[in-house]
Design a binder for this molecule. Structure first.
Ligand code: JHZ
Ligand code: SAH
Length: 411
């Protein structure tokens, strides 16, 4: 797959080079009931690269309204580690010097308020923009002022009229979800004070390639960013990178810090990481073609490992009904004949079935009693938190399977 397609880069408008094909995929968070199986939605998930903008992106994506609505299944507060991470993020913003007198903080995709509440509790002027109504309701109940809308350049103008410009514009695991990102960056330009700072983080392309964590690709993640692609995108609105801060969250993320051109000095991290990315080949099509080979290998290895365990009569469950697992299960063709059920602590997912391959999602208490021989850690990005919590399972002989950074049974 090295020919240009008729699909265009959402940033540069240049034709994309398709590099990966995951076949038909359902909605990553589309947990459903048996009566919904026959009308389940699927789309053809392919991924392409644009050597001009350096943006790695899905060719086709479902409409945002199909994914983000009043029954959105992901609640940020399900990980204690993430709660601590967001408290630290808030503290860093507060001590960074970008919040001037009577500051205004805006967050995109604030979900249940996990980050913004640290500003709200101090009585700071803030606003969350969160289209998924059910999680936005939780944020409001926590005292986080949130409007249930998709952020756009037009909405940014309205926010400026009502609230004035922002000192800080924040987002975590949101920007990579938005296909109309050029319009969003235009909105950021309008919304940001001359001294304002943008700080957002997303799963990092460099880590995805290094770890073969191809499950970071699913319907919601229309882009996987690098510093190179972010630099290109924001330069279109005269916004520039002033700092880059790698994060350990979600299996390796990057926090991008940006401001109006010339407003702040650029930290040495920017030049250093841009040059590392060139050394890793994040600006070259061949790198993504090599990644596609790794992905295919990882699929075969996982299929072989699970088939082998089934042949030995082992009982296998999944741990964490993640969006990421939707890609793995559908791409590798893993159904309830292999993985009996998936354990998850999120009430809205429990009692439903996994998208596409229809594995039952059970409450955590079921896993605690059942003690399967093997647990596939679909929430591998929370490995440290989960393994610490599950010492009892491990000590009683339970074994963990992960596919990142390679398919293996954890020792
Ligand atoms: P987790 C979602 O991805 C979707 P997912 C989204 N697109 C995104 O980018 C990230 O979040 C931010 C459960 N769990 O964080 C809770 C336990 O059962 O890997 C969750 O359902 N026990 C917005 O879905 C899932 O696992 C536990 O002890 O890939 C984790 O989902 C813990 C810690 C979690 O994100
Ligand atoms: N920031 C949280 C939530 C990430 S989930 C965290 O890191 O845990 C992604 C969130 O982005 C969802 O709650 C979704 O409803 C929201 N979202 C999707 N498109 C958006 C848009 N155009 N504007 C604002 N939020 C959006």
């Amino acid at each position: 797959m090295s020919n240009r397609s008729t699909w265009k880069c959402r940033i540069s408008g240049e034709p994309l080079f398709p590099v990966l094909d995951f076949g038909l995929q359902p909605l990553g968070n589309g947990f459903l009931l048996p009566e919904q199986f026959d009308k389940e939605y699927f789309f053809h998930m392919q991924v392409g690269f644009d050597p001009e903008s350096k943006m790695f992106q899905l060719l086709e994506q479902p409409n945002p309204e199909q994914m983000f609505h009043e029954n959105y299944a992901f609640f940020s507060g399900t990980s204690r580690f993430m709660a601590a991470h967001f408290e630290e993020f808030a503290n860093r913003v507060k001590s960074s010097g970008c919040l001037k007198t009577d500051p205004f903080v805006v967050e995109l995709g604030c979900n249940d308020g996990i980050l913004l509440r640290h500003f709200a509790k101090e009585g700071m002027h803030h606003l969350g923009v969160e289209p998924s109504r059910n999680v936005a309701t939780v944020a409001n109940e926590q005292g986080v002022s949130t409007i249930s809308e998709f952020f756009t350049a037009e909405l940014a103008e309205q926010i400026v009229k009502e609230h004035g410009q922002a000192d800080a514009f924040l987002a975590a695991n949101v920007m990579c979800h938005i296909p109309t990102i050029r319009n969003v960056v235009k909105g950021i330009k309008t919304l940001l004070k001359p001294t304002g700072v943008v700080q957002f983080e997303d799963p990092y392309l460099g880590d995805v390639l290094r770890k073969t964590s191809y499950d970071q690709l699913y319907d919601e993640h229309v882009f996987l960013f690098s510093a190179l692609s972010i630099q290109y995108l924001f330069a279109l609105e005269d916004l520039e990178l002033i700092d880059l801060q790698p994060q350990g969250t979600h299996g390796g993320s990057m926090r991008y810090v940006l401001a109006h051109q010339g407003a702040y000095p650029q930290q040495p991290s920017v030049a250093a990481i841009l040059s590392e990315e060139k050394a890793q080949g994040l600006d070259r099509l061949e790198t993504f073609q090599a990644f596609a080979q790794q992905v295919a290998r990882s699929k075969t290895e996982l299929q072989e490992l699970l088939s082998d365990l089934k042949r030995q009569g082992k009982k296998i469950a999944g741990y964490g009904a993640t969006s990421k697992s939707t890609t793995i299960l559908n791409y590798c063709g893993i159904g309830p004949d292999v993985v009996d059920y998936i354990s998850d602590t999120t009430p809205i997912k429990q009692g439903k079935y996994s998208p596409g391959t229809h594995i039952p999602v059970q409450p955590y208490e079921h896993f605690q009693q059942d003690r399967p021989d093997y647990a596939v850690l679909f929430a591998w990005n929370h490995q440290q938190e989960i393994l610490a919590k599950e010492l009892g399972y491990t000590q009683s002989g339970g074994q963990w399977i992960v596919h990142v950074p390679q398919v293996q049974i954890l020792k």
